[in-house]
Write a protein that binds this ligand. Sequence first.
Ligand code: LER
Ligand code: MN
Length: 273
Amino acid sequence: MKLALVISTSDAAFDALAFKGDLENGVRMAKEIGYDAVEIAVRDPKTVNVTDIRKLLDELNMSVSAIGTGQGYLAEGLNMVDESDEIQNKTMQRLRDHVDFASEFGAMVIIGFIRGTAKGRSRKEVEDIFVKNLTNLADYAAGKNVKIVVEPLNRYETDFINTLSEAERIIERVGAGNVGILADTFHMNIEEVDICEELMRIKDKLYHFHVADSNRWAPGAGHLDFKPIIETLRKAGYKDYIAVECLPLPGGARESAELAFRTMKDLLSELPS
Ligand code: LER
Ligand code: MN
């Protein structure tokens, strides 16, 4: 398992990002601390310079684990299940742009906030729209060799797909090999009955992993016990990235990213491989 740090290309409404707004500084710091990769949160990939980012990553020998898409929702209200077809279509175009961007770096595309909310509509109605749009996106992404990951978010962020089992059920309906689940310890700590049991159960569809502590500070600064969680990932045969997505706490972006790195590295070296 390798470690990634979530950073953003621009100032973002979402707080759980280290190094918001200065991508170059973020990538350099992540490298200095020892991370293998960065995870890039982008509002609109058409507004960033792929060549410059490619050059920077090559210079530092850094990879990109995944592309975060939530800023399109937080800043512009784009979402996959909107009542308006126009917004749905705009969102799907934005997501295809994210897939193109991700394909440049061998990264996955995250469906977090951008899926939208049910907003009082029936589960079935919203789920049907989501499944239709996700199926189309998966098809487009397959042509570019890109994986899509659906991330369950806690109930205070959305009313639609809060648990691993909900994500699993929807992914089964889509039935595409390039669509999997992104599990985030912060959300699971709020929503899951038993984090390790659930991770084991969905292990074949677990394509990506986010870590933050119970308070969304760096792992090691709250009361989540990461040892059994990382042990479970090992047992599950998970080999992909663990991406740190935490608030710049304690102590600011650099300090929290360092604490997160140390906490995860120590655990990974402690546990039998
Ligand atoms: C939001 O809380 C989150 O965890 C992000 O990864 C969503 O895209
Ligand atoms: Mn997350």
